[in-house]
Design a protein around this ligand. Structure first.
Ligand code: GDP
Ligand code: MG
Length: 175
């Protein structure tokens, strides 16, 4: 039998958008109510995507709006990226645009890089600032998949990680 493939994913986005809540919902199926902006933690998940088992290592990072040496390390280490913004905070979209550009700067502009864009806090519908039309427009412009999720309600969380695994399989085929 072929050995299990292991993929390394990095979760990026501004502070408070819900990176840790998303990651912990997926990794441990819990919802974290309190906000701890400093958390950097790696989760190791054993999952089956399209009938094939793999290991997904997910690095949850602290807020990463600024381009720092630390960010550069994250970008170099990651094989795939989740760019996380909050559906209730329009400004958080700008932050992931900047991170997206940094990824291509570090990895190479013409590279095919596994990236999934994740809008969080879908359950806070009345506070929503980022419309579906805006998301569709950006998805087209950036040519990246977008998901609308809620870590609190566990809506569409596993889909995000499964899509990232599919993209990583495509970009890094077994030799
Ligand atoms: P991070 O800085 O990006 O890691 O943000 P956190 O994951 O710590 O989340 C920041 C705050 O938003 C916390 O109080 C979370 O409980 C809350 N939060 C995160 N995701 C959701 C969600 O899907 N729905 C709701 N209602 N709150 C959320
Ligand atoms: Mg966090």
């Amino acid at each position: 039998m072929a050995p299990l493939r292991k993929y390394h994913a990095v979760v990026l986005g501004a502070g408070g958008v819900g990176k840790s809540a998303l990651t912990i919902r997926f990794g441990r199926n819990e919802f974290i109510e309190q906000y701890n902006p400093t958390i950097e933690e790696e989760y190791r998940c054993d999952l089956i995507v399209d009938g094939e088992r793999c290991i997904l290592e997910i690095l949850d990072t602290p807020g990463t709006e600024q381009f720092t040496a630390l960010n550069e390390r994250y970008l170099q280490q990651g094989a795939g990226f989740l760019l996380v913004f909050s559906l209730i905070d329009e400004n958080s979209l700008r932050d992931i645009d900047s991170i997206r550009q940094q990824i291509f700067q570090v990895k190479g502009a013409d590279m095919d890089i596994p990236i999934v864009v994740v809008g969080t806090k879908l359950d806070l519908n009345t506070e929503r600032e980022v419309s579906r039309a805006r998301i569709q427009e950006l998805a087209k412009q950036w040519n990246l998949p977008f998901y609308e999720t809620s870590a609190k309600r566990n809506w569409h969380v596993s889909e995000v990680f499964e899509d990232l695994v599919r993209q990583m399989r495509k970009c890094y085929p077994r030799d």
